[in-house]
Structure formats: structure tokens, C-alpha cells
Design a protein around this ligand. Sequence first.
Ligand code: ZN
Length: 448
Amino acid sequence: MHSPRSTIIEPFALEHATVATGDEDGRTLSDTTIVVDGTGKISKIGPSSSTLVPPGYHRLDATGKVVSPGMINGHIHTFSQGKPLDPKGSTPEGQRKMAKLLHNPVGKAFMYATSKSNIMTMLNSGVTTVRSVGDVGYELVKLSHQIQDNHIVGPRIIPSGPLLAIPDGHGAPLIALESSTPDEARATAETNIDHGARALKIAATGGVTDSQVPGEAGEPQMTTEQMRAICETAHANDIIVAAHAQSHEGVLRALKAGVDTIEHGCELDDELIALFLDNPNSLRGYSALEPTLSAGLPMKFLSQETLNLTDVQMQNAIPVVEGMLTGARQAHEAGILVGVGTDSAMPFVPQYATWREMQLLNRFAGFTPAEAFHAGTQVTAKIIGVDDVTGSLEVGKSADLLVLDENPVDNLRTLEQPLLVVAAGHPIWRPSVDRFKDMEAQLDEAYK
Ligand SMILES: [Zn+2]
């Protein structure tokens, strides 16, 4: 895999491109020139006939190619590549064993290296901004600083650090800090923020992949008061909060507490829809949904043997996945902001497959291809709070862009293999990823 290390940005221009804007209506610009300056920003974009390229800039002829904003993934984990998990590893004992291995200097170095490799896969797949929502430690904080300081080339990272959960709750203890009271919850939020987290993530309910008893997934875990304490702490630092929530009660509590994004979700009713659209306790007055269909739908379409899930996990998965899917459709119809987040590192969610979430929103949740691509660029930029710097191709914004064979609005699959990825002005010339061939074949068959 190509792992770029260049820290100097050589100014360049892409000439005669068709631009796929990422607008909701799939608008394109024909014969356009995009000029990227030495600070990695877009300094000009306009008709090729009237957009002058400054002397000394590299000029790339993009005739016949499509240039689009880079993809944005608002829900990633980087602790694994996304192959099926060993169910034994997700029991509390299994997690405690793993936590012991990983929460020490050698384990931290291993997790940093694993995360870096997975982040480079993200970049090579065309993703130029990510938000993590549950890390083992602060490995993504470190990577985000190295990328921001141009020590390495990578996607912009909004890192969460470990998620925030109740004792033995979802993700605990492997990737979560535990709390039992609002004061303790506030302290865990402060710990993450002190370590450089720029996003927080709460486990509001149980989950599927570490469930041990029927009904555990979606069962409310953290109290509204605990979550409110976390939201207050985050919002005071201009940080948004994500909540893993897979049931009506869990989503309701999280929204009332002021959570800014609901991850996964459930079937919605009028009360929930109203709270998403107008949420007084959230940072910006609304909350958004990231349905993460990429993580859910394999459990609907693939066999238990293929998934390597226990009976309990499978039993828990079925209602949760149906809820996620219904909620995604309802949110789209109701005008709730729906973002692209894949839950990478989960079983059957490889790091290179952000494009597939757009495929699934289109195929199963009522999005047009233009709306799905809009979600994976401009909408997710807004949801995770980076729309002032990225998500669209405009003068002054970061040069986060892709050169593609086709317009994603005509064929979302073209996003699977960008010809060129540019992250904050750094070109990745031959982006390539190692795909898991069997998994891709199984998913293509399931979603055809
Ligand atoms: Zn997740």
C-alpha cells in the first residue's frame, strides 16, 4: 500500500474536469479548473476558459475525468480491519483479557500501528475526513496531530478516544471509560477532552457484537442524567457528542440529554422525529442520525455461519437491524440530517468500504444516488462540524478531493476506486487498498 510521507505541498491545478459538487440535486460543473495552493487549500475554482493557473504550478489535465469532494466517514473504529470477530473475544472476560494486553506500553504501540495502517487504508479508499467514535486509547488523537502538523499525510481525524459507558456496558472495558453517576460521567468526559479528544461517544444502550443475553442490544444502559453531564462538558468545549443507541428508550434518553448524533438508531415516532429536528439541549439545536447500515445489513443478509455470531448475538441483531433500517428511511423522509458512518472495524465493515454506506442508503433507505453522495460529503461534514473547512469544493476550503472515472451520481461504485486522492492538498498518486475478496463477493451478492 502506498503510504505517503511527503510534508511539502506542491501547488497544482486540475484542468478541464467535470466537477461532481456533492449537492443534494447532483449538480455538476463542466470544463472546470481547480487550483490548489501551497497551503493545501483551493485558491480558485471556475470555468477552465477563465481560470488562470499561476506560473510554476503543476498542471494536470483532467479531461474526461470527474473531480468530487473527498468522502467523509462520521463513524469509524480502527482497532481492526473489519473481518468477522471471534465471539469469545467479546465476552466481558475476553474483553478484560484483551484490555490487559492493550492498555500497556507495548499494547499501545501495537494499537497505534494498527490504527495508522487502517487510517491509511481509509485515505487510499478516498476518505479525507473521519470521526472516530470509540478508540482503545488515544492513538487517533496522536495520529490526528501528526496529520494536522504535516508529519504524515492522512485524512483529517476528529478523534473520540475511548467511549463512555456504564460498568460492563457496551464496549467496556476494552474501548470504554466506565461511570455510574453523573459526576463520574463528567469526569470521564473531562479525561477524554484533556487527552485531546475532539468528539465524545456514549454507549447509551447495549450493542449486538458484545451482547451476552437476549434483549441486551438496545437495552438502555446510561441514565439521561449521566449523558446530560457528558453533553454539558462536551458542549462547553465546543465538542459534539455521539451516542450508540439501538432502541426507542435509548434514543429518547440520549436526545433529551442533548446528544448531537445518534448512531445506529431505531424505528422513529413523532416524539423522536421532533426531538431530532429541534433539540434544545444539543450543541447546534438539532441532532442527526448515522444509521451505519454497513454494520447492520450483513446481519440481515448473511448466514449466522458466515457471520460467525453466537445464537444470542444473532437473536439480538434481528430487531436492531430492522429498527436501524426503518429509522434511516423515516429520518430521510422527515428531513432529519442523515450522515455516512460505516462502523468500520466491525465484522464485514472493512476500512476501505465507505462508499458502500452510500450504496446502502440508495438501495435500502430511499436515497437517490445524488442524496446518498450528498450525505457522504456535505451532510456528514456538517454533522461532524467540519463544513467550514471541507465537504465541498470551494475557494478557501481544504483541497480534499477525488479524481474519478465517472460521476458518483451516475454510478456510486466509481467511489470504490478513486484514480487520485488529494487530502489537504497532498496527492496520493496511485491509491490502492487490499480488499477481502470473499467478503466483497458475499456483500455484492447480498446487496445486488
Ligand atoms: Zn461503532
